[in-house]
Design a protein around this ligand. Structure first.
Ligand code: F6P
Length: 376
């Protein structure tokens, strides 16, 4: 009997999602005669049973379109916002999966989605996932789709900022997404020829950053581009955060509710403060170097628009491999990119893990060799 499969996209959207939906859908229907439905807006659509039939016409013409035709959300099955409270809606999702007689649920997403998919797997669903995110921080895959497109966008932004920084003899601090991983800032920083690259994995020293800018200035280069990852943090600030985290841990160990609430409030305050880190950095650099500074926050521009050729290829490769694995009844895995191919990796090895930039990564070495300051 023909298999029935459901697909959903969850977490932040990213270029390449439609290419992946198309890859899974066309291969599942064309090669194996499966029936495919989509759930709208991530796990919320599965809970609310809002579906879209993914037949031939729906899957046509979407390869080049950014975002996701299914819509997405950051809702979690076990912590679903319902009115003014959060509820565990796992059982409702399991019931809807059964109602559609599904043989498999394909979840396309980043780290959070891998965790949520694993949760549903533990509740008896045949789950299979694909790694998507512009952050490239999903564990056990060579790369995620969405990353290449964002890399191209951020690199082009740095290219464009060069001419205006040069004309005005300014420092331009450009903030690049990536959550707590520095892949995007590091990759775009190197490809775009940034003079300073700051990533979350290496806590920076603002005085050293200023020194490197002044050195450039003294050698006749009166402008500098600082590519800073949104999660980058100075050595000084990292110490403050570590202290607050330690306090929280102590309160948790002791079971001290009051101290826990206080520590949580402090951490939340630090998080808000961290959001303004790039603006603060530019101000500090201006004070230390006496060079005029400006800030550009690329934000969601990095997630929008047409996917690059590399992302279309990757998403199609992983999507079609996913259909093959469903046909072989391989579930509870993420379809990881491995070399030129694809490889199933057990979800328990992916869920809850994050792939950050290793300190000895060749990209860091190369950046240092060409004289880029990494802020340490
Ligand atoms: O995970 C992708 C990402 O774009 C991160 O780089 C960023 O920190 C986050 O999502 C932003 O999330 P939202 O779109 O929910 O503001």
């Amino acid at each position: 009997m023909a298999k029935q499969i459901g697909i959903l996209t969850a977490g932040g959207d990213s270029p390449g999602l439609n290419a992946a939906i198309r890859g899974v859908g066309k291969a599942a229907m064309g090669a194996y005669g499966m029936n495919v439905i989509g759930f709208r807006d991530g796990f919320r659509g599965l809970m609310e049973n809002r579906t879209l039939r993914l037949d031939g016409p729906v899957l046509s013409g979407i390869l080049t379109i950014g975002g996701t035709i299914l819509g997405t959300s950051r809702d979690k099955p076990h912590k679903m916002p319902m009115g003014d409270q959060e509820m565990d809606m796992t059982d409702v999702m399991v019931a809807n999966y059964r109602k559609h007689n599904l043989d498999a649920l394909v979840c396309l997403g980043g780290g959070g989605t891998q965790k949520n998919a694993y949760h549903l797997m533990q509740h008896g669903l045949n789950v299979i996932t694909l790694p998507k995110t512009i952050d490239n921080d999903v564990a056990r895959t060579d790369i995620t789709f969405g990353f290449d497109t964002a890399l191209v966008i951020a690199t082009e932004a740095i290219d464009r900022l060069h001419s205006t920084a040069h004309s005005h003899h300014r420092i331009i601090v450009v903030e690049i997404m990536g959550h707590n991983a520095g892949w995007l800032a590091l990759g775009a920083g190197i490809a775009g020829g940034a003079d300073v690259i700051l990533i979350p994995e290496i806590h920076y020293d603002v005085e050293k950053v200023a020194e490197s800018i002044l050195e450039r200035s003294h050698s006749g280069k009166a402008f500098s581009i600082v590519a800073v990852s949104e999660g980058a943090i100075s050595k000084q600030d990292a110490k403050i955060v570590a202290k607050a985290e330690k306090k929280l841990q102590k309160a948790l160990d002791k079971g001290d509710k009051k101290a826990r609430q206080k520590a949580e409030a402090k951490l939340a305050e630090l998080q808000t403060w961290q959001v303004e880190g790039t603006v603060r950095l530019a101000r500090q650099l201006e004070e230390l170097t006496r060079l005029e500074s400006r800030v550009t926050i690329l934000g969601h521009l990095q997630r929008g628009g047409t996917p690059s050729a590399a992302d279309r290829l990757l998403a199609t490769r992983l999507g079609t491999a996913c259909a093959d694995l469903i046909d072989e009844d391989v579930f509870g895995v993420m379809v990881a990119a491995r070399g030129d191919g694809a490889e199933p990796v057990p979800l328990d090895q992916v869920a809850g893990q994050r792939k950050v930039v290793p300190l000895d990564h060749p990209w860091i070495e190369s950046a240092r060799r060409i004289g880029t300051s990494i802020g340490d």
